[in-house]
Ligand binder design. Structure first.
Ligand SMILES: Nc1nc2c([nH]c(=O)n2[C@@H]2O[C@H](COP(=O)(O)OP(=O)(O)OP(=O)(O)O)[C@@H](O)[C@H]2O)c(=O)[nH]1
Length: 141
């Protein structure tokens, strides 16, 4: 099974994570909550796919991006490799979907696609990793 490469953003502001609600008419996971992101196109790196999806979905560009460990999850007939990034920056993501900025505990209580249970431990690391790059790197404003 060739895995699907998906890039996801844990967008953090004030200790809260940005989540959006899938279209209730979507074919897969209608009405469930998810992190912004999507499938990589051929030839794209995970980071390029992330930035493109954020631009397309949210009209937003993160000022800081910290890679987190990759998570693999197998749905019936579909293996997905999630490249997860902690993201932060000024400005407000804009989406026509329902959205919210929630604490980790609130995110954990949401109806989400099954794979997202395996992403929850990364929420604890996300802020820590962003702090590291803000301490050392030039990609923080
Ligand atoms: N963006 C996003 N995708 C997720 C999450 N959790 C999860 O299992 N996925 C799955 O990862 C894939 C993301 O691809 P996508 O966002 O480009 O796809 P899509 O839902 O628009 O189209 P699809 O209906 O063909 O799956 C989907 O299969 C989606 O169901 C999540 O939190 N965020």
């Amino acid at each position: 099974m060739t895995p699907l490469q998906v890039s996801l953003a844990l967008v953090i502001d004030g200790g809260r994570f940005f989540v959006q609600r899938r279209d209730p008419a979507a074919r897969r996971f209608p009405g469930l909550w998810e992190f912004p992101g999507g499938k990589a196109e051929p030839g794209e790196t995970p980071r390029e796919a992330l930035l493109r999806e954020l631009r397309e979905e949210l009209d937003w560009e993160p000022a800081a991006v910290a890679p987190l460990p990759t998570v693999t999850y197998t749905y019936p007939g579909l293996r997905v490799v999630f490249s997860v990034f902690a993201c932060a920056g000024p400005g407000s993501p804009a989406t026509h979907l329902g959205w919210a900025r929630l604490t980790r505990a609130q995110v954990a209580a949401l109806p989400m696609p099954e794979a997202n249970r395996n992403l929850l431990p990364l929420l604890d690391r996300a802020e820590q990793e962003l702090r590291k790059i803000s301490a050392g790197a030039e990609n923080w404003p």
